[in-house]
Design a protein around this ligand. Structure first.
Ligand code: SAM
Length: 273
């Protein structure tokens, strides 16, 4: 992740902005993730999960939400000190001391076995797309499988659809007093290498360009499903969002085996140990 500020932005809103705060406001909904984890775990095991491992945890907002419920523990794993330290100062510090004690942070590669076996292993916001070869992704899924308890499941999200691979396509959303811009910068149909940038734009016209950048492989659901099965997962489910009467997403996710084409979709992949 890197940040390039506009040369013209000194003293502007962009200059004063905190990119992680903007990211959390625009991209993450930890309360929604909790609901989904509980639903997927209930669907698989008809009980409640206790131990979470959040891979690629960044500022570990999900871990911090998780421990708000008594008796739960969370382990966040990320390679980068910068988001981990930001999360310590801005997310962890907001929790009660007793809750803070139930969060453990590990600066390490996600392909490590450095945590107790988890009920839920989450890898959110497409982060496993960093792994670009079958070999690398299979190795990660095998490690993830080993990091799960007997009644454990792995939760990931994926996106797709024609709009998601259209170069120079920008998804612009107003969030509070700034604009969040997701840029699909490039997509190679031969390798499926894809680059994405997150920019932020402010009321005074200043911009935080390429606040975050991602260079990923654009994986497809069947490829991921096959690799999860090869890694030893007993079942792999795709959760698709339902629609309301206007055809908009209704926030209700259910196991789905067949669906129609959509210009841009997000789905959860749930792999049961
Ligand atoms: C897209 S951010 C995701 C942050 C957060 N999980 C979320 O949902 O918003 C990806 C994070 O993965 C971390 N990362 C990338 N490769 C990693 C690896 N091999 N092991 C551990 N962390 C990694 C980066 O440092 C970054 O913080």
């Amino acid at each position: 992740m890197s940040k390039t500020k506009d040369k013209k932005s000194a003293g502007t809103l962009a200059d004063k902005a905190d990119k992680y705060k903007l990211y959390q406001k625009s991209v993450q909904e930890p309360e929604h993730e909790m609901d989904f984890f509980e639903q997927a775990y209930k669907d698989a095991f008809d009980k409640k999960p206790k131990i979470l491992r959040e891979d690629f945890c960044g500022t570990f907002a999900v871990c911090c939400e998780w421990v708000k419920q008594a008796g739960r523990t969370a382990y966040g794993v990320d390679l980068d000190d910068e988001p981990l330290n930001w999360g310590r100062k801005n997310n962890l510090a907001k929790l009660k001391p007793e809750q803070q004690q139930r969060v453990t942070l590990i600066k390490d590669d996600v392909r490590s076995n450095s945590t107790p076996k988890a009920d839920i292993l989450a890898a959110q916001n497409f982060s496993f797309w960093y792994f670009k070869t079958r070999e690398e992704l299979l190795s990660y899924f095998k490690t993830a499988h080993g990091n799960l308890a007997k009644d454990g499941l792995m939760v990931m999200d994926m996106m797709g659809g024609g709009e998601c691979i259209t170069e120079d396509q920008n998804d612009v959303r107003k969030v509070g007093n700034f604009k969040y811009i997701w840029e699909q910068a490039s997509y190679d149909p031969i390798t499926h290498d894809a680059s994405f940038y997150i920019h932020f734009k402010f009321k005074d016209g200043s911009k935080l360009k390429r606040a975050f950048e991602y260079h990923w492989r654009f994986w497809t659901i069947p490829e991921v499903r096959e690799l999860l099965e090869e890694a030893g997962f007993s079942q792999v489910h795709v959760y698709w969002e339902g629609t309301d009467k206007d055809g908009e997403g209704d926030g209700e996710w259910s196991r789905t085996t067949k669906t129609g084409s959509e210009p841009c979709w997000i789905a959860y992949i749930v792999a049961v140990k």
